[in-house]
Design a protein around this ligand. Structure first.
Ligand SMILES: Nc1ncnc2c1ncn2[C@@H]1O[C@H](COP(=O)(O)OP(=O)(O)OP(=O)(O)O)[C@@H](O)[C@H]1O
Ligand SMILES: [Mg+2]
Length: 374
């Protein structure tokens, strides 16, 4: 996967910008608040069709402008694609791939593959179950349109079901439509359980290797799925078994749910545990270990995407590089360098060694303008 050209119009603090990238390391250098993360966000948006940060899509449009546009020329599996997105302040987003308008988002899933490392990744290791579920949802959605679709339906089913249960508790609703929402909950819930378990299993195999590479064989990192269901190990392997397990848990908890007025089981209660040498990383790991665990998780994701697509995704590193110690930095670059195109933001070049710099393209970012340094 290789991004050759990126153009932005009225995107965040860019009025107009054009960049031709190098095949390996691209360094985006600039002081705070100049537009480095915004550039990464443009690349991310072309891939995920949602902002990198938790804002509304329209916030991507430059303040005061009626619309923004992005253009990318990239190479995938030896073929060149041209992707264009236009997002107006009012009205619908328009996507054009190789001069053909795209109406279904699914037509784009798996086109431009991107993995983004940010300082907020630490929340996956240190944060709440909701942070880890957000990670799972974002990553699996990029790999599977079926997942994205099921997730939307599942969320709606939980909301409607909770609304109904609360209404019943308060005496304002009857349970007439409960069986219908149960069926939706179980159908889409089983898909999410199954997909999350598979994803974590695959990631678990890969993360052992990435973590050893980052720590010089010193630590063993493992991931363990904790589904939002009262279940004993081993966890089900098939989607229909998840279906049965969720259905039977709903039956068992029916009275409790009526009493509490909320849905007590399902993937909206999922979590996964990250352990280092057998200890829960959230509780017992040092700050540096937690940071390295977050990095390993993203690196494993890079290898997973690579194994699925037979070529590595684009890798975006936002403000993570300068926080690593020199040894980890070298290990990270060594891991990515040979085949992956990377985009690294930084405020100064002190974190880079000579060898990395001599192979990298350097872009200076200043007040929403980019210049490639010769
Ligand atoms: N929709 C928008 N229109 C115009 N300007 C915007 C918009 N959204 C954000 N900005 C501006 O873009 C500027 C640059 O943001 P960005 O996050 O890219 O900075 P950065 O170079 O990554 O800085 P840092 O080193 O602090 O992370 C911000 O100061 C913000 O005010
Ligand atoms: Mg930034």
């Amino acid at each position: 996967m290789q991004l050759h050209t990126l153009r932005l119009w009225r995107f965040r603090n860019y009025t107009h910008a054009h960049m031709d990238f190098a095949p390996r390391v691209n360094i985006l250098l600039g002081a705070n608040a100049q537009g480095k993360t915004n550039l990464l966000e443009a690349i991310y948006y072309l891939s995920a069709l949602r902002p990198l940060r938790p804002v509304r899509e329209q916030d991507l449009i430059q303040w005061g402008a009626p619309e923004m546009r992005l253009f990318a020329r990239y190479e995938q599996d030896g073929l060149t694609d041209e992707l264009q997105i236009r997002l107006p302040l009012q009205g619908k987003r328009v996507i054009v791939l190789n001069e053909q308008p795209i109406t279904k988002q699914s037509a784009l899933v798996g086109k431009l593959a991107v993995v983004c490392f940010t300082a907020q990744d630490l929340a996956i290791v240190r944060g709440e179950p909701a942070d880890r579920r957000r990670f799972l949802d974002a990553e699996i959605s990029l790999l599977s349109h079926r997942y994205l679709y099921s997730l939307a339906h599942y969320k709606r089913a939980v909301e409607q079901r909770n609304h109904l249960l609360r209404g019943y508790l308060e005496g304002t609703a009857t349970l007439d439509s409960l069986p219908e929402w149960n069926a939706q909950l179980v159908k889409y819930g089983a898909r999410l359980f199954h997909a999350r378990k598979q994803f974590l299993e695959r990631l678990n195999v890969l993360i052992a290797a990435t973590h050893r590479a980052l720590t010089g064989n010193a630590e063993m990192l493992t991931l363990r799925y904790l589904p939002g269901l009262p279940l004993r190990e081993p966890l089900p392997d098939k989607e229909e078994d998840w279906h049965d397990a969720l259905l039977s848990a709903l039956h068992q908890l029916a009275n409790e749910e009526l009493r509490r007025g909320t849905t007590l089981v399902g993937p909206h209660r999922d979590d996964f545990q990250i352990t280092i040498d057998g200890y829960d990383a959230r509780l017992y790991a040092s700050q540096g270990q937690q940071r390295t665990a977050a990095l390993s998780l993203r690196l494993a994701e890079v290898t997973l995407v690579e194994s699925i697509r037979q070529e590595p995704p684009l890798v975006l590193l936002d403000d993570v590089f300068s926080d690593l110690d020199p040894a980890r930095r070298r290990q990270l670059v060594a891991f990515l360098q040979p085949r992956t195109q990377t985009f690294i933001t930084c405020t100064d070049l002190s974190a880079f060694d000579e060898a990395t710099l001599s192979d990298a393209a350097l872009f200076e970012v200043h007040q929403g303008m980019v210049n490639r340094r010769a």
